[in-house]
Ligand binder design. Structure first.
Ligand code: DGP
Length: 115
């Protein structure tokens, strides 16, 4: 699959743009969100470009499993393994970057009021 040249998160994967990578495995990387909504707010993304989580699940279920494994690893390291994992899918749901990413949120008691 060819990588979209204008994809911000593909540039983080390729290392052509710098970001603070906190964990990684063969198929996925984790880095801090630029606009944290909780004491722990880390994004987990597959190294390969897929637009959203359903597309990733259909094309490469193992890559999604590897992504979730990395989210769990980050949460164990930073939030005692208690966390929320959110995939915004589509602009109406708040997706603004179209390289699939899970938001790992934790580090405090989380409310339940999606705005
Ligand atoms: P979403 O709205 O679900 O598509 O989430 C996109 C997230 O990406 C948002 O929470 C902010 C984060 N983000 C956007 N630009 C950058 C960036 O340049 N660096 C980092 N670390 N995060 C970014």
């Amino acid at each position: 699959m060819s990588l979209p040249l204008d994809c911000l998160f593909c540039k983080f994967v390729a290392g052509t743009l710098a970001t603070e990578i906190v964990a990684q495995n063969e198929r996925a990387i984790a880095f801090r969100d630029i606009n944290p909504q909780a004491p722990v707010h880390v994004l987990v993304i597959p190294r390969e470009h897929y637009a959203d989580v359903a597309t990733l699940a259909a094309a490469d279920p193992q890559a999604l499993a590897d992504l979730i494994e990395l989210a769990q690893e980050v949460a164990l390291d930073e939030a005692d393994g208690e966390y929320r994992l959110i995939f915004n899918s589509g602009p109406l749901a708040g997706q603004s970057v179209f390289h699939v990413h899970g938001h790992v949120l934790g580090g405090r008691k989380l409310g339940w009021t999606p705005a």
